[in-house]
Write a protein that binds this ligand. Structure first.
Ligand code: RAM
Length: 342
């Protein structure tokens, strides 16, 4: 199925006359190159918003944009898509990884064939990409989420995490960083009782939320660092009216607006960034790599259109990354400003 999606997309480019086969590369006539974005999975609004920003920038620079994503949130499904893109001779690949290590061989193969490789939203090991486009600083995400759990729990008691894919680099990186923050004296009375995985699927996430409520009757907070997961937790807590549990995490204002309002809000506040801007930054980085304005090394700088000038930094793993923006806090006071934007 996935292979068919890729071939349909690329065939459409050829048939519409917007791409002509020339040697190894498929290039749109007068195109600035073929730029692919591989998302974690189809059917996730967050990923649609990210690809919207990517497409805007690539097509604005007269490039040909190819968006591809698996139906299931696995590394194996992404590897198949990446192999297809390499065979089709794209010039650039930006990928949101479902696994930190499994994609390394195929991405190193792509770079070996002269394809520009970056990651966005969810990274891979540093030798498998030139640079990571990171939505916000890992330490900031971890600390803000732990502080939210602390406040909503009253400073003590049981809490749980509902994550996305069990191998997803971004969620696992944030969870590791949260555990590190939790070691601080302030949080010694909080107890993380479980981590469950909803696969960025609403129904799976709702099932896992119900299991948490069943298994931990004293649970006070569920933190979901995934927009599909947080929406699912909020929906379940709205249905389970006898559950005295709060929800927080990373969410889309458009899907969480009903849950932040009122004195006894299910989700008093949550965080995120602008996923459209994340996709736009990935577009600018993909263009800058292809045009050899940057190689992706720490210390290099580039212009990201109206987003301004950015410098590539070294992250906690000694790898190169671009931090797009600070976290945004969404609550009853400001939700109406954001809920129609993303
Ligand atoms: C989901 C995905 C994505 C993550 C957001 C917060 O959409 O897991 O990778 O960044 O949530």
């Amino acid at each position: 199925m996935k292979r068919q999606i890729i071939m349909l997309v690329l065939a459409a480019l050829l048939l519409t006359g917007c791409a002509a086969q020339s040697g190894r590369n498929i290039v749109k006539e007068d195109s600035a190159g073929v730029y692919a974005m591989v998302i974690k999975s189809e059917g996730n609004t967050y990923n649609d918003l990210m690809t919207q920003g990517f497409r805007e920038v690539i097509e604005g620079a007269d490039g040909t944009c190819v968006i591809a994503g698996p139906t299931e949130i696995t590394a194996e499904a992404q590897i198949e898509i990446l192999q297809e893109l390499i065979e089709q001779g794209v010039d650039s690949i930006a990928v949101a990884a479902n696994d930190e290590d499994a994609l390394s061989p195929v991405l190193q193969d792509a770079m070996g064939q002269g394809i520009c490789v970056s990651t966005v939203d969810s990274d891979v090991s540093k030798q498998a990409r030139q640079v990571f486009v990171n939505q916000a600083a890992t330490e900031e995400i971890a600390r803000k989420l732990v502080e939210a759990v602390y406040e909503m729990s009253g400073g003590s008691g049981q809490w749980a995490i509902l994550s996305a894919g069990s191998q997803a680099t971004n969620q696992n990186t944030w969870i590791r960083a949260m555990r590190s923050v939790m070691e601080e004296e302030t949080y010694q009375d909080l107890r993380l009782v479980d981590i469950v995985y909803g696969n960025d699927e609403i129904e799976t996430s709702k099932e896992k939320t119900l299991e948490l409520l069943e298994n931990y009757p004293d649970l006070k907070v569920i933190c979901a660092p995934t927009v599909m997961g947080l929406a699912a937790v909020a929906q379940v807590l709205e249905e389970q009216t006898d559950a005295d549990v709060k929800a927080t995490g990373l969410g889309l204002p458009s899907s969480m607006s009903a849950y932040v309002k009122g004195d006894d809000a299910i989700c008093p506040y949550f965080y995120l960034w602008n996923p459209i801007d994340l996709g736009r930054m990935s577009g600018y980085v993909s263009l800058a790599l292809k045009e050899e304005i940057i190689t992706g090394a720490v210390g290099e700088s580039f212009e990201a259109g109206d987003m301004g000038n950015f410098v590539i930094q070294e992250n906690e793993f000694g790898a190169s990354e671009v931090i797009v923006a600070p976290l945004i806090r969404f609550d009853a006071e400001n939700i109406s400003e954001w809920q129609y934007l993303f």
